[in-house]
Design a protein around this ligand. Sequence first.
Ligand code: SF4
Length: 65
Amino acid sequence: MKIRVNEEKCQGHARCYALAPEVFDVDDYGQSSVKNDGWVPDALENKVRLAVENCPEYAIEVLEP
Ligand code: SF4
């Protein structure tokens, strides 16, 4: 699975980071980015899907399911 955070949509709630800190990084403003060039380890996919569903800005895009 590969994802990206759309920087224009992300409003920095850091909700994704709270749900999957292994996958997301947040900067000092709460703006999110994805570690490992967007690639998600299989074991963390469920957590990431939860983060995708819980992003209030629909900013987390699934590039490869
Ligand atoms: S939950 Fe969505 S809007 Fe909030 S920091 Fe994560 S990607 Fe950005």
